[in-house]
Design a protein around this ligand. Structure first.
Ligand code: ADP
Length: 425
């Protein structure tokens, strides 16, 4: 009797599992069919545009203006087409398990800079605010797959831009956490927006390939439903996880972490030990994080939130005969900005204290005004310890000559083409 009951229970359980598998397969196949029908439309639209524009160009060979217009449209449509094809091919490669990760030396400041330079134009186009915070990053060089890491962060950031209204805010935070594994760090990437958010029913499917929210707010937004599935595969291949918190109408927060082997850093940890630096930035998180970094290499810090406070502090310390080793000022602060504050410091204290400007914006349009006011150097945000230390070291006595008044080199180049396809979506 008991054996029969056990057998029956076992059979029922097998039947239930089989039903579940069939339902899952049906769902996956439905998602793929939906995807194919949407894709055939999405692929035909740019393809038709390319062919149409080529025909128009051929019949206007005498008009340079018309030809240029056609070429521009061909360029845009072909990039869009390439983006769709790349994403589909990428996903199929991942699904068949034929992707292997490379293990190159990755410099995280360079990685972040490349991602920022690619996403900034999209953010500017939608007049959105972009905040970047680097938190507790003690090891900036790791072994990993640069291209896949870029793809992970770019997919999350481009989604944040796409699904956030004009004027919204996008935040990227990168944080290093200790790991139990020797010489390994856990690197966490958080991308947060205050955009359209998602309904909770969608969350169980969000990382599945070809899935998009059934939400009329996204019908006009281009997408394949593959970006997040690709992100999930990347983080899992790197021994990590990805998760999302969201509220419809309020925004979304994606948190992904990966485990990466650290390589020896090149930061000179002793050169600046015992010096005191003043930081002024209206973004409190930047002040706190920068102070924490500098303290790890023995630099004492004071921080304030306005240019006026920075001036008051610098003057007060000067009167005590305890001048700061250097003053770091944010370019854009309400009230007195970094350049005006530098001018006031020069008026009150002369030229001796090095003043460094920090900004997420391109310095080139400010550099003449800044030089005139007496600024000695520039550092591009986000602030990594290596950048801060190498800039500050330029002001040590009897080392290199005073830092040149030149903005930093432009962000490192990447294979921008590789990401165009995602950016275009
Ligand atoms: P897509 O190419 O459609 O953007 P993804 O795989 O990147 O595909 O994202 C899957 C779906 O998740 C999107 O179609 C969208 O519905 C939702 N989504 C992703 N990121 C966000 C975000 N930041 N805010 C709101 N919805 C998002």
């Amino acid at each position: 009797m008991t054996e029969e009951i056990n057998l029956q229970t076992h059979l029922m359980e097998m039947l239930r599992k089989e039903k579940q598998i069939t339902a899952d397969l049906e769902k996956a196949s439905r998602a793929k069919s939906d995807f194919l029908s949407r894709m055939s439309h999405d692929i035909r639209t740019p393809m038709n545009a390319i062919m149409g524009m080529a025909a128009i160009a051929r019949s206007h060979l005498d008009s340079e203006e018309r030809l240029l217009g056609c070429l521009e449209k061909i360029d845009t449509s072909s990039r869009l087409l390439l983006s769709i094809i790349n994403e589909v091919l990428d996903m199929s490669k991942i699904e068949s398990g034929s992707i292997t990760l490379s293990e190159d030396e990755v410099n995280l400041p360079e990685l972040v800079q490349s991602v920022v330079s690619m996403v900034q134009p999209l953010i500017d186009q939608k007049k959105q605010q972009f905040q970047i915070h680097i938190n507790n990053m003690r090891h900036e060089s790791v072994l990993g797959d640069m291209q896949r890491l870029q793809q992970l962060i770019m997919n999350l950031l481009t989604n944040a831009v796409k699904y956030t209204q004009e004027g919204g805010t996008i935040r990227l935070e990168i944080c290093e956490r200790p790991s139990d594994e020797p010489l390994t760090g856990i690197y966490e990437f958080v991308v947060e927006d205050n955009g359209i958010g998602m309904h909770s029913e969608f969350l169980s499917r969000i990382f599945e390939p070809f899935e998009r929210a059934d939400d009329q707010r996204i019908y006009t937004v281009q997408g394949t439903g593959l970006g997040l599935a690709i992100c999930k595969s990347i983080v899992e291949m790197m021994g990590g996880q990805i998760q999302v918190e969201t509220e419809s109408g309020k925004g979304s927060k994606f948190t992904a972490f990966v485990c990466l082997k650290r390589t020896e850093g090149t930061i000179d940890e002793k050169a600046l030990c015992g010096r005191t630096v003043l930081i002024a930035d209206d973004d409190e998180i930047t002040c706190v994080n920068t102070s924490k970094y500098l303290e790890t290499v023995g630099i004492r810090t004071d921080w304030v939130s306005t240019g006026q406070e920075a001036l008051n502090r610098a003057v007060a310390m000067h009167r005590k005969g305890q001048d700061y080793f250097a003053v770091i000022l944010d370019l854009k602060m309400p009230g007195m900005d970094g350049i005006k504050t530098t001018g006031k410091i020069r008026e009150n204290l002369g030229d001796d204290i090095p003043v460094i400007l920090i900004s997420a914006y391109d310095f080139s349009e400010y550099s003449d005004r800044a030089k005139e006011a007496g600024v000695d150097g520039f550092i591009t945000k986000p602030l990594f310890l290596s950048r801060l230390v190498s800039k500050l070291k330029q002001f040590l006595p009897d080392t290199e000559p005073k830092a040149q008044n030149l903005p930093e080199a432009p962000p490192c180049s990447t294979e921008n083409g590789f990401f165009w396809w995602r950016i275009m979506l």
